[in-house]
Structure formats: structure tokens, C-alpha cells
Design a protein around this ligand. Structure first.
Ligand code: ATP
Length: 586
């Protein structure tokens, strides 16, 4: 079409242009009876006059010229007057509507706009369905690629069995769970599990993300849901996995949810309920925010099976490390069991990243095996950030940082005996200029009040040491992130865990309060948080004063060696009377 228009524009016959003159010139010619024919065009906006005797206009000798008129300036009386003077007057009605040229221009513009809109739509996947493609069998995983997550594996066993042999289930009238919701913190292997379930059952898996359905264009989200469901039915038996499900399955009617998002969710519910062709399609979804989901999503027949995928325990961590050690040559000095004990709180993704970083360090060291030293360096990189060799610090500043970190370390050893000291450093790494790094001694599922108070005191230990050694006016900005940590723990203790005597066993959670807590309760919480933090700040300062020599000696050692392993710190601390805790060197 576009080509045809362009071709026409190029080859259309060119009519010689009629010169335009002033109205006075045309009026003069009319009065002098020099006009044989007068054509009124464009609804009275133009007069084209044919002359009895040709005249010179500009440099041209012409027998026709034209002039433009203001709108509605010609009346019937004018036409009669010109006719009476002997001029043949003709009114061209067709010229009042858009000319062919104008139509062509409008059409060309429409076609160009259409092409641009099509390209934009294609780019954003509005028109194409290529975004939901099943993972090819060659890229499928099995449960051997997933470490730990024992309970989740057991829960998913019947889904695998069903997908592998649906007929066996149908024969007894058994129905497979239509939807399985995988719930757990980030990086615990939810996506991996979904792909492994499909791999074990030997069926395709179509992976999508909740955000794939969030589009500003009206109807695109629900259209994509239909496309996804259609693809799944074509591939059945198969798994549809939707990651970040909360952005699609979030609660309807929430203040910040758009009508478009709600329509998309409604479409998903409709597709899951649809009877025809749905057998053999298992919907799996992963979220870290189960509380955000719309209750309708969890109704029986939709995502009615919930599988918890928690952070790995020490046994799980060992299995995950073994999975990721596969294909990576480890030196005999690498003890994965010990590494699993030291990585409390790490997710599967953290562990995979740790071994990958260690492999990178080994390559940089020109080694053909990953050694324990490489894993240690990788741990420092991951936990403390990358070394910033470009930071230049004066002696006074280095001493201040050494005192600050020594304060954290000594207060941590005394107030937080359940945590394992990993190392203390004044090397600038990541965003910090130093760190006293502690990690939980073992997996813990609940924390007593005494432990949380100890963590607050430890966080405030650096700031507590500054005025003791440098005077009250020398305190620095270095404690900013420590205060954030201390305040957020204290606030949760007060407002969530009922650990404040002033507030009592009241939760400030909006779900418990039926909305945001009252201003009065909020004020009381703020006061209780301040009381709690002030008490722990005093405690930290008292520990620093009591163990002043130990803090001083530790700071000196840090200035000398920059980085101290836990056994060195424990030796210095014990040598200056800090009572040894149950800590074992990391
Ligand atoms: P998110 O909630 O952030 O989407 P997720 O729970 O879906 O995260 P995955 O994407 O499955 O996490 O995991 C990320 C990576 O972490 C995996 O590709 C894998 O390398 C590693 N990983 C996580 N958990 C495990 C596990 N249990 N076993 C082996 N590797 C794991």
C-alpha cells in the first residue's frame, strides 16, 4: 500500500502551476471585462480567472491566474454581478472537499504511523507470542541439580509422578493439583525446583515472570495470560512456572493496584478454572510475599498446594555446595562440611555465587585447583565487598577506624557470645572502611530477647569506643549504618515481637491493627525504641570502658596488620582479660 502511494506520488502528472496574484489584480481584470471565465474553487476560498488577453505575471506570460479570498467573502450577488459583466462564472463544488493530494498525504501519514505502532508493539511483545517458549529438553534440569530442599522434593513427588504418567491417575479418578505455590526467601531454588520437576517428569516447562504481564497497554496483560494458557494446553502435559508471582497475583482492590492488573489477574483465574484441555497443565508459581496474594488465587482448584522453600540448613548447605562443586576441581584442603557450617543464613544462590567467586579468584591466581585460600578470599569479597585499593587514608583516620572496629569486636565478643567472630579488618572494602564480621554460630529459628539486645549492643560498640578514646566531640559519621541496624532491630523487637515492657504484647502490624497503628501507639513505640537503644548504647560503652586495654591492643594490631583472623582477635582479647566465650575460631 505504502509503495503504491509512493509510486503514484512520483509518477502522477504534474499540472503547470497557476500563478497567484493579488485580489486587486483579479478585480481590475473583471472590471476591465478582461476575464472570459471565472472559476470559484475550494468553497469560495479561491478564484481562478481566464484572461481574454494574456499578461505578464512575474517573468511569465500567462492567460490564467488565481487569487485567494477570505472565507465566506463571496455572495450570490457577486456571482450575478460578474455574470452580468459578461464573464462565464463556474463554481467547482468538488474542490471544496479534500483534494486527492490531501487524501494521499493523510493516507501516507496513517500508513507510516501504523508501521511505527506495529514495530513498537512487536518490540514490546504485544503482538507476538514468542515470549512464552517451553525450555528445550536439552536444557532441562533434574532433581540431581538441586541440593537440600528435602520437604519440597517430597511435596512435589506426586506432581512429578502425575506428569510422568497422567493416565494412571485418571484411571482412578485422581486429579493432580492444578497449582503449586513455592514460597520462600530469594535465591532458595524455587525456579530451579520447578525446572527440575519438569525435567524429572520429562515434560516441557514454560517459564514466565509476573512482571511479563504488567503492561501499560490496555488488554495486553490478559491477552498474554491467554497466550500462555494456550501454549500450555498445546504442550500438555507440561508445567507453567510464573516467577515473582506476587506482581501478578497480588491482592485485588489494593490502593496501588491498577484496573489493568486486576483484569490480568481475573483472566488468569478464568484460565485456571477453564475445564477443557486443562488436564495435564500444572501451574507453578514462586513468591517471597505470600501475604500479598489475593485470597482467590489460593482457592482449591487454583494454587491450593503451598510448598515452603526455606533457607537451607547446614545439611542442605553441604548438599548445595556439593552440587556446585561438581565440575570445579577442589584442592584437598577445601573442607565443604566446614564451609557449610560457616555459611549460616546463606541461600542456595549465595553458595553458588561463593563457589563461582572462588573459581574466579583461583583463575586470577593462575591456579588449576580451587584452594581454601581462594574460598576465604571469595567469602571476604561476598561478605565485606571488593577491596578498594585506591582509598588513601591519613594516620588519624586509620586509627579512628581501628578503634571503631575494635569496639565492635570486643563488645560483640562480650555481649553476643552466640555469634562466631569471622574476622576484623580496616581494609576499605565495598562501601565500608573496615568491618568486624560476625556470623551466627549455627542455624537458629527463633532468637531470644537477650540475643537481639546483644546484637544491638554489638552494632553500637564501634560508636561507643569513639568518645571513650577520642573524646565526645570526636565522634564521626562512621556509625550511620550501625544506627540503622540497631534501630531496625529495636523497632521490630518493640512493634512486632512484644519484647518491650512499655508496649506489652501488642503488634503494630497493620494486619493486626486493621490499618496503620494509631499516632498514640506510634509515639509510644518510638519512646520504647529509644529506651531500648539507649540502654544498649550504655551497655556497649560500659563494656568498652571495662575492656579499654583490649580495645586499644586490638586497634594497634589492626593498624599494624590491617586484617585479623578470629583466632588472633580472641588471643588479644583473652590476653587483656576479656573472658573467653563459647566461640570457636572460624
Ligand atoms: P527468587 O525468589 O529470587 O526468584 P529463586 O528461589 O527462584 O529466587 P533460583 O532462581 O531457583 O532461586 O536460584 C538461583 C540460583 O541459585 C540457581 O540458579 C542455583 O545456581 C542456585 N541455587 C539456589 N538454590 C539451590 C539449590 N537448592 N540447589 C542448588 N543450587 C541452588
Amino acid at each position: 500500500m505504502l509503495l503504491a502511494i509512493v509510486a503514484y506520488t512520483l509518477v502522477r502528472p504534474r499540472v503547470p502551476a497557476i500563478p497567484t496574484v493579488s485580489y486587486s489584480e483579479v478585480a481590475q481584470a473583471l472590471e476591465g471585462h478582461d476575464v472570459t471565465d471565472l472559476l470559484v474553487e475550494d468553497g469560495g476560498l479561491r478564484l481562478v480567472a481566464t484572461l481574454r488577453t494574456p499578461r505578464v505575471v512575474g517573468s511569465q506570460r500567462v492567460s490564467t491566474f488565481q487569487t485567494n479570498l477570505p472565507a465566506r467573502s463571496i455572495s450570490l450577488a457577486d456571482l450575478q454581478q460578474w455574470t452580468a459583466a459578461g464573464t462565464r462564472v463556474r463554481v467547482d463544488e468538488s474542490s471544496g472537499t479534500p483534494t486527492t493530494e490531501l487524501i494521499i498525504q493523510i493516507l501516507s501519514l496513517a500508513v507510516v504511523l501504523g508501521v511505527v505502532a506495529y514495530l513498537v508493539a512487536r518490540q514490546r511483545g504485544v503482538l507476538t507470542s514468542s515470549r512464552f517458549v517451553a525450555t528445550p529438553p536439552s536444557r532441562q534440569l533434574t532433581l540431581a541439580d538441586v541440593g537440600g530442599v528435602r520437604e519440597a522434593r517430597a511435596d512435589l513427588g506426586d506432581v512429578i509422578a502425575y506428569l510422568a504418567d497422567p493416565e494412571r491417575y485418571h484411571a482412578l479418578g485422581a486429579r493432580c493439583p492444578r497449582g503449586v505455590l513455592l514460597v520462600g526467601p530469594p535465591g532458595t531454588g524455587k525456579t530451579l525446583l520447578a525446572r527440575a520437576v519438569a525435567g524429572e517428569a520429562g515434560c516441557p516447562v514454560i517459564v514466565a515472570a509476573g512482571s511479563d504481564f504488567n503492561e501499560m497497554y490496555v488488554g495486553v496483560g490478559s491477552r498474554r495470560v491467554r497466550q500462555l494458557a494456550k501454549r500450555a494446553r498445546e504442550q500438555a502435559p507440561c508445567i507453567v512456572f510464573i516467577d515473582e508471582f506476587d506482581s501478578l497475583g497480588g491482592r485485588r482492590g489494593r490502593a496501588n493496584r491498577s484496573g489493568e492488573e486486576e483484569t490480568t489477574l481475573n483472566q488468569l483465574l478464568v484460565e485456571m478454572d477453564g475445564m477443557e484441555g486443562n488436564e495435564g497443565v500444572v501451574w507453578m508459581a514462586a513468591t517471597n510475599r505470600e501475604d500479598m496474594l489475593d485470597p482467590a488465587v489460593r482457592r482449591p482448584g487454583r494454587f491450593d498446594r503451598v510448598v515452603e522453600v526455606p533457607l537451607p540448613t547446614v545439611v542442605d548447605r553441604l548438599e548445595i555446595l556439593k552440587v556446585h562443586a561438581h565440575g570445579r576441581p577442589l584442592d584437598a584442603d577445601v573442607d565443604l562440611e566446614r564451609l557449610a557450617q560457616l555459611t549460616v543464613g546463606h541461600s542456595g544462590a549465595d553458595l553458588a555465587n561463593l563457589l563461582n567467586e572462588a573459581a574466579i579468584v583461583a583463575v586470577q591466581d593462575d591456579c588449576d585447583r580451587i584452594m581454601n585460600a581462594h574460598i576465604e578470599q571469595a567469602r571476604d569479597r561476598v561478605l565485606l565487598g571488593r577491596l578498594r585499593s585506591g582509598v588513601v587514608m591519613g594516620q588519624a583516620e586509620r586509627r579512628l577506624i581501628a578503634i571503631h572496629e575494635a569496639g565492635h569486636a570486643i563488645v560483640g565478643l562480650v555481649a553476643c557470645p552466640d555469634d562466631r567472630l569471622h574476622k576484623v579488618t580496616i581494609e576499605p572494602r565495598g562501601r565500608s572502611l573496615g568491618a568486624a564480621h560476625f556470623a551466627p554460630e549455627s542455624d537458629r529459628h527463633v532468637h531470644p530477647r537477650s540475643y537481639l539486645e546483644g546484637v544491638i549492643a554489638k552494632a553500637l560498640g564501634g560508636r561507643a569506643a569513639e568518645p571513650v578514646f577520642m573524646g565526645p566531640d570526636a565522634v564521626t559519621t562512621g556509625a550511620g549504618s550501625d544506627l540503622v541496624q540497631a534501630t531496625s532491630i529495636a523497632r521490630r523487637m518493640v512493634a512486632e515481637f512484644g519484647m518491650s515492657d512499655e508496649i506489652g504484647l501488642i503488634s503494630a502490624d497493620p494486619a493486626a491493627q486493621g490499618g496503620p497503628p494509631s499516632a498514640q501507639l506510634q509515639g509510644e513505640i518510638d519512646r520504647a525504641v529509644r529506651t531500648l537503644i539507649t540502654a544498649q548504647a550504655k551497655r556497649a560503652e560500659a563494656i568498652v570502658r571495662r575492656h579499654r586495654d583490649a580495645v586499644e591492643a586490638l586497634a594497634e594490631a589492626l593498624l599494624e596488620r590491617e586484617i585479623l583472623a578470629s583466632e588472633d582477635v580472641l588471643e588479644i582479647a583473652a590476653g587483656h582479660g576479656v573472658s573467653r566465650t563459647a566461640l570457636a575460631p572460624a
